[in-house]
Write a protein that binds this ligand. Structure first.
Ligand code: S3P
Length: 434
């Protein structure tokens, strides 16, 4: 499935959409259970390529962790993990290839920077272009030893003894924060991370629940090394960032009445829902509950007339993965919307300011790139076009949702990139064909 064609007016979003379990939480569940010397049982692990290996060339968190001695078994869809303890990983025989996954690479660099053996980390062409200096530099301050060209992959980590210390987190990146937390677990002495700019907090929630070595005081995350991890089982809730595509599909199509069950509603992930509700979106949050320290609920979405919105700096880390699909919603909203201070989007699987603007423009949106943001004048309709995913899963899914309303036919080149986070995306979409 390289090129896919979607025709408008063929879809009605009535019924229940199944979305994969959360990818961010899956990475954390695998990394943290890799530090547990007892068995951890993980239910509902996503099949996303970033998390599991599906081919020899494409690697992932599970493959990289198994290369450093962590054992995995799958029985009836449940993953059993036998970890090693924070100082007991073993050297990989080969290069650790993180494929397309920035989260795998950055968390792995943190985990391996204080080990007693050398590691080599690499990734695909897209990951090779994404900045690793943001984790390498603070880890060097802790004593980590790295060899890389211009702070990009491939990189080599030499054995070293890390030292704790005080660090400011001013990028608003959960990948950087989690990398430093994992490094601090094998450092000497205490590490204090001052979160001057907040980001998603799944690592702190999960680690805080299974060891007393991580505590939070105000904006400070305090980590003591050598945790004894107690994590028997973990059930991963649905991914809000994957649900976002069907939420917007339900809002912009006519006669929708769409349920999406069991979605993680961690407040560091759900700002896009608040934004869509503020834009006039009919989204009901039902059956709120909690599991593994994370908030969960079911969602009910009905067709809505949307109004423009402004999204600014302090909000960006909390909607970082939803800007492409929010830009589609803004393209069909009444009035002028603006997304500002979103430079971080340039460092994702593609430069998502450029790719979002470029593809939505092809589809007839009145949309412009600004210095580090996007300006969108809402219109009543879009038109079908020949589009390109840029090998970016979230751009492919945004175009597919746009195609359900864009007059005529739309094609998406390299549509199979959806597998990075949502392998069954097109099957799920096809369930809503009239
Ligand atoms: C992620 C954090 C975000 C997000 C990415 C997943 C994570 O990146 O864009 O898809 O799981 O930690 P940054 O925190 O680096 O912005």
């Amino acid at each position: 499935m390289d090129k896919i064609e979607i025709k408008s007016n063929e879809y009605i979003f009535k019924g229940t959409a199944q979305v994969p379990a959360d990818k961010s939480i899956a990475h954390r569940a695998l990394f943290i259970s890799s530090m547990n010397k007892e068995m951890t049982k993980i239910s509902n692990l996503t099949n996303s390529e970033d998390v599991r290996t599906i081919s020899k060339d494409l690697q992932s968190t599970i493959k990289c962790l198994s290369d450093i001695g962590v054992q995995f078994a799958e029985v009836k869809g449940v993953i059993f993990v036998r970890g090693r303890g924070i100082r007991e990983y073993v050297q990989s025989e080969g290069v650790l290839n993180c494929g397309n996954s920035g989260t795998t690479a950055r968390l792995l660099i943190g985990l391996l920077s204080g080990q007693s053996f050398e590691s080599k980390i690499d990734g695909d062409d897209s990951l090779k272009m994404r900045p690793m200096g943001r984790v390498i530099e603070p880890l060097q301050e802790m004593g980590g030893i790295f060899d890389s060209k211009d702070g990009n992959l491939p990189l080599t980590i030499s054995p070293s003894n890390l030292k704790g210390g005080n660090f400011d987190l001013n990028l608003g990146s959960a990948q950087v924060k989690s990398s430093l937390i994992f490094a601090a677990l094998s450092a000497e002495g205490e590490t204090k991370l001052n979160e001057t700019k907040k980001s998603r907090n799944h690592t702190e929630i999960m680690l805080g629940n299974c060891t007393s070595n991580l505590t939070i005081k105000g904006d400070e995350i305090i980590i003591q090394p050598d945790p004894q991890i107690k994590l028997e089982s973990f059930d991963i809730p649905g991914d809000p960032s994957a649900a976002a595509f069907f939420i917007v599909a339900g809002l912009i199509n006519k006669n929708s009445e769409l349920k999406i069950d069991n979605i993680c509603l961690n407040p560091t992930r759900t700002l896009f829902i608040d934004i869509l509700i503020k834009m006039g979106g009919n989204i009901q949050v039902l059956n709120k509950r909690e599991s593994g320290g994370e908030q969960i609920a079911d969602l009910l979405i009905t067709s809505s007339d949307l109004k423009a919105i402004k999204i600014q700096e302090e909000s960006i880390p909390f909607v970082i993965d939803e800007i492409p699909i929010l830009s589609l919603a803004c393209s069909l909203a009444e009035g002028t919307s603006e997304i500002q201070d979103a430079e971080e989007l340039r460092f994702k699987e593609s430069d998502r300011i450029k790719t979002t603007v470029g593809e939505l423009k092809k589809l007839g949106s009145d949309i412009e790139e600004t210095k580090n943001g996007i300006l969108i004048k809402g219109k009543d309709s879009l038109k079908g076009a020949d589009c390109e995913s840029h090998n970016d899963h979230r751009i492919a899914m945004m175009i597919a949702v746009a195609a359900t309303v864009a007059e005529g036919s739309t094609t998406i080149n390299s549509a199979d990139s959806v597998s990075v986070s949502f392998p069954g995306f097109f099957d799920t979409l096809n369930m809503f064909r009239k």
